[in-house]
Design a protein around this ligand. Sequence first.
Ligand code: GLU
Length: 490
Amino acid sequence: MNQVRVRFAPSPTGYLHVGGARTAIFNWLFARKHGGVFVLRIEDTDRERSSEEMIRYILDGLAWLGVDWDEGPIFQGARAETHRAYAHLLLEKGAAYRCFCTAGEAETLRARALEEKSHGAVRCGCRDLDAKEAERRSAAEPFALRFRTPADEEIAFEDGVYGSTSKRGADIEDFVLLRSDGSPTYHLSVVVDDAEMGITHVIRGQDHLSNTPKQILLYRAMGYEVPFFAHLPLLLAPNKGKLSKRKHGEIVSLTTYRDRGFLPEAFLNFLALLGWSPGDDREKLSRKELIRAFELAGVNKSNAIFNFREGDERAWTDPKALALNAEYINDLSPEALAKTAKPFLERAGLWRPEYEEGRADWFRRTAVLLRDRFQTLQDFAGRGRPWFTDDFPMEESAVRKNLEKNADALRGLLPEFAERLEGVEPFDAATVEGVSRAFWEEKGLKPGLVMNACRAAITGASAGPSMFEVFETIGRERSVRRIRKAAAAL
Ligand code: GLU
């Protein structure tokens, strides 16, 4: 086999969609697996809808995932002259013709084609105009260049995912190559670019499967070898509808996952398993393992569902993604964890330089303690907030259940316990545990009463890490102060 050359060819008309990112990942895995070349081509031909900002999102998003490209970014819009040249070449060869139909006439033809679907494509009279006559008219009249679809050809191909597919030329319209303003169409640009860039495998979304016969015709007419096509199942919303930015908001944009505290390895792993499986039951695969295991044969035909529950913050995106992310967060070394936590604390205004200098040990220890229950790195500034500031929210249910319900007993017990804590030396988890046990045994209390009250007072929550670790990491002074404050409020 020649060297594998694949490409990711996004149109920068919106944020980088998770489905697009998944297409990029599959191409990249395929290239890396086969020692091939991964080309990034930005299809910015729709100038009105493309923007610099959207291009940035694509480049930043791929860089964040670690999906690195070997060539590009190549901007398709800058290649329009080349695309036009090919269209004219096809005209010279007779494989294309000038069409003088107005937009209205073309529309009427299209409507008729829809009506007469079973009778094949409808072609306009311009197809049969005498070449000399057409050239003469072209000096004065606007025209489009259309492809002269051979009605008697059968276009058959073996899709890498969807298998044998074929279409009769008679059913394919004479599609436009150059519009009357001279701008090249998608079909022309994509085939010229893929052909000139030597793309051997076109791996892209299933929504392009129906475009493939037209594109194969163009390869043939231009005398290029037809690449291998593999179309990928779509990513759908839980109701099996389209997963769209307009309907589903930020969860469809790749950069949301970066900004909301995903580790790139975790999200790469999650996306890779949407519509593809390694053929065994592994669900957690490193970058290297993904590259080793990736085969187009493992891609499913059925569309993949992106599961999430709208309005549920704990399931704001697919719970599988969140669970994988939690696992990857748990795998980080304390040093790496501290590093990744920093920007999330910074953004929340909770970062202090001492976490890297004087209190680096404390910070690492705290980060390791907290991460156990985290879904994303953003939880450092959310559930982790009480460790970094006194200004944290109190969960209503924790206050009710763990403080207010036992107000009569706690009003006296909490200040007494706080006083005990003041004398604990050293103030570490083991010593605090000993003193706490002695306290509740001496008073004949159930252990939960004081500990749950302390948890609510110190962290505002009803669940979290071991309370003795909480005492140690929050520290004596803050623990005592918060317990007294909660007691005073009862
Ligand atoms: N630019 C096209 C898109 O974003 C992709 C074209 C292709 O992969 O052939 O849908």
